[in-house]
Every structure is written in C-alpha cells, then in structure tokens.
Design a protein around this ligand. Structure first.
Ligand code: ASP
Ligand code: MG
Length: 453
C-alpha cells in the first residue's frame, strides 16, 4: 500500500487539485492520502487570529476571503452530486471558525489552545474537499487517531498509541482514504493540538510506518531534492537518489523539501520516500532509501542556514577539552538548542560551534552560567560570539574520508576572498560544514556548487 502526502500548493488551487485527483485515481488502491491546508492558509489563519486579538476589525475581511476561497474551490472541483453536501459541511466549519474569531476579537486575547483550534480548520476543510473530489475517496479524521502528549510547552506525538489507533482506523477496507495532516488531539484532555508547522509530512510518516506502507510519496511543487537552492544557484541539478541520513542532514541545514522529524518513523521501518512534483507528475523525482545506489553522486547537496552565530570558548581548557565540549553540549541540549559543531579556521585552542541566530542569546547566557566557576577563576575567558554568519553544509557519502574535497572547498572560498570563520571536516560521515559571513553566503554557495557539481 502507498501513502501519499500533498502539501499546501498541491491542494491550493483548482488546477493543482485536478492534478491531485488524476494522480490518486490512477493508483490501484488502496492508498492513504494525507493533505495539508490550502496553500498559504495556515499563515492566514494565524495572522487573522492575531488581528482579531489586537481588536483589529479587518479580521472580518480576511475571514470573508477564507470563506470565498473554499467555496469557490468546492464549486470547481467537487462533482455536482456531492457539491451541496460538501458546501454544507465546509460552511459549518467556516461558521465555527468565524465564531472563534469573534470570541478572540471580543476578549482581545489569543491563548495557545485557541490558536491550535483555529489553525486546525485548514486541514479539516481541505480534507473534506479532497475526499469528496476523489472518486472512491473517504475521509478519515486524524483528530481521532493522531495523539500528542504535553511535554513542557510542546505537544509531542505519542507514537505508540498513535500507531495502534492508525492500525484500528485502517483495518476496515477502503480505496482512497483521505486524512487531514498536521492536526492531532491530546491524549489526556482530548484538546485539539498539532504536530508543528510543516507537520503534515509527519502525519504521513506516522501513517506509513504504522501501516508498513511500500512507499511514502511526498507530492510537492518542486521536482525533488536539488543539489542547492535554485533561487541562489541557477544551475542546481536534480538529485535522483539519496539516503535517509543525507536527506535528514540537508533538511536540518535549511533545505525545505521535507520536515526533518518525518524521516524517523519511516527510516526506522526502512520505508522508501519519494519526493514528487504535483505540477510535473511524470518526472521521476528523488528517491530516498537506507543505502547508497550504484551511480549515486558522491555529494548529494549543499544547503545553508543563513542566520547563525559562531561561538568560541577559549582559555585554560586544553587537556580538558572533552569535558568542556560535553558540558557545553549538555547545557545547550537541555534547552533544546541545536548545535553545529565546527572548529576555528585559525586553529586556536578551545572549542567552537555555531547555533541558529534565534538561539544565540540563550546560548551566551548558558555558557556564562555553565562556566561561571572557571570564569571567576579566570581559567576560561568570556565566550566569544560572532553574529551574522551563515553555516553551509556539504552533504554526501563518506565525507569523513574526503579531506581532499574539504581542502579544495576552503581553497576555492579563500581564492574568492570569502573568509571561512570556522569549519568542520571529518567530524561527521555525511556532512562538512563551513561558516562564512552572512553577506557572502550566496557567493560561497555558488562557488562550492561549481566546484562540486
Ligand atoms: N498546514 C500546516 C502548515 O502550513 C501543516 C503542513 O502544511 O504541513 O504548517
Ligand atoms: Mg503548509
């Protein structure tokens, strides 16, 4: 059995929905089809909620545009015999949504729980429409089987319970089961929650893993994984195949193709993922599996996080570097700060690493707190921090043994006057990382791409 996921742009217009219909109906069922909200809708639902909470009456115009967009799509894609019923269902949801907004407008307050209910309407409505549009489609409500548990202020999927509930839900025969992505309910309170922005991919992965799908197809608006962001590198090429780990690395370094947590459940079950283009369904896309294939490119891609900060801790820590590293990483991991490990280009003693710019202040405070005893004794100096740098990842096979490529990359960058503030070669099997001035990022990406591809 196949599991397919269609993102927002794929379900965002009449034309794209017609492609979705053709793609699904050409499968010899059964298949499970996970859908996002109509493209751009989740952002609009949030912005409208904020406007209402700020007592800005323009929320009503936005509500009106949400309503007319959905009703127009129904008129254009749902077969006539089902149209009235679908219009009634979606109109009911739209009225509920409007009532939520007027409540927020009156109390001028937007609690997280209320916002979670508001954003859930996107997928609840799109799934009703897609299920009715597809011949042989039936709607299966993920609020009943995707379960989360509160963990501090985050909602985390309860994978064990969710897996059982998915298996129950899909134990009865179906042809094309249409499921709203992203949304879920709390295991204790039953409140509506979600899996985080971009979470429809994760819904699809949970379903694919629970049902031992033969493949998870992620249908999007690009032909697959490209070797770099084509808006920056105009000659980026399609990468036909890569491993789970390579795709995970590229996405955690800023590639927007899939939502990184998606990979875990399917990786664990060794279910291949195929990235496909709803707007170019005949293209072969990118296949992601557990190991390298014959003819694979050595380097699979170059991605980057534009806004990072580089830290360096210096001082009398030689001989105790391991301890310093583990104390730093532990302190940061406890606060959920993701660390990109690098070394300084000037080979100074001590340790260096990069974090996302949004985590930089927290990181600085955590370092000062963690090393307070050493700081007061003067054995460690104040952490150094360089802002406005970007971290580039070059991802591929056997990067640990590819020191020649590393040297060539650094040479190319320095020849073009791009200073490498820090880099990491040999620390990971899959990734080499380079930290450069944020203003020089685009140039750096082009130079590295020309060298490697
Ligand atoms: N609609 C949600 C979002 O935009 C979930 C998704 O599309 O995956 O974040
Ligand atoms: Mg989306």
């Amino acid at each position: 059995m196949k599991v397919l996921k269609f993102g927002g742009t794929s379900v965002g217009s009449v034309e794209s929905l017609r492609n979705v219909k053709d793609i699904v109906e050409s499968i010899n069922g059964p298949a499970v089809v996970i859908v996002s909200a109509l493209g751009g809708l989740t952002d609009q639902l949030i912005a409208t909620a904020r406007a209402a909470a700020a007592n800005d009456p323009s929320y009503m115009d936005s509500m009106q545009s949400i309503r007319s967009r959905h009703l127009a799509i129904i008129d254009n894609v749902v077969p006539e015999i089902a149209r009235q019923e679908v219009t009634d269902k979606v109109s009911g949801l739209l009225s509920d949504l409007e009532r939520m907004y007027s409540g927020v407008y009156l109390i001028r307050h937007l609690p997280q729980m209320t916002l979670d209910i508001i954003v859930s309407f996107g997928e609840r409505m799109s799934s009703v429409i897609v299920a009715a549009m597809i011949d042989g489609g039936s709607r299966h409500d993920s609020l009943g089987f995707i379960k989360t548990e509160k963990w501090y202020d985050k909602n985390i999927a309860d994978q064990k319970l969710t897996t059982e509930l998915i298996r129950q839900e899909f134990s009865r025969p179906f042809k094309y089961a249409v499921v709203p992505g992203f949304i879920s309910t709390d295991i204790n309170t039953g409140d509506i929650t979600n899996l985080g922005r971009g979470g429809s991919d994760f819904t699809a992965a949970l379903v694919a893993a629970a049902l031992d799908a033969e493949v998870l197809e992620i249908w999007t608006d690009v032909d697959g994984f490209l070797s770099a962001d084509p808006r920056i590198v105009s000659d980026a090429v399609l990468v036909p195949h890569m491993t789970f780990i390579e795709s995970m690395e590229l996405c955690s370094y800023g590639a927007k193709v899939i939502y990184p947590p998606t990979i875990y459940p399917v990786f664990h079950k060794n279910i291949p993922i195929r990235i496909l283009n709803t707007f170019n369904p005949a293209a072969p896309g990118t296949l992601i599996t557990d190991s390298q294939c014959d003819g694979d490119l050595k380097v699979k891609g170059i991605s980057a996080i534009r806004d990072t900060s580089l830290f360096h801790i210096d001082g009398n820590i030689s001989g105790k570097l391991k301890n310093t590293v583990s104390r730093t990483f532990n302190a940061l991991a406890k606060k959920g700060v993701k660390v990109f490990n690098v070394s300084r280009n000037d080979a100074r003693p001590g340790m260096s690493f990069a974090v996302a710019k949004g985590d930089a202040d927290v990181t600085y405070d955590l370092l000062c707190r963690e090393f307070a005893p050493e700081l007061s004794k003067g054995t460690v100096s104040r952490p150094e921090r360089i802002d406005n740098v970007a971290t580039i990842a070059v991802v591929g096979e056997n990067m640990r043994d590819n020191s020649r490529l590393g040297a060539r990359i650094r040479h190319t960058l320095s020849r073009d006057g791009i200073r490498v503030e820090g880099y990491s070669e040999g620390a990971s099997d899959t990734t080499m990382a380079y930290v450069v001035d944020a203003d020089r990022l685009d140039n750096a990406l082009r130079h590295i791409h020309t060298l490697v591809f």
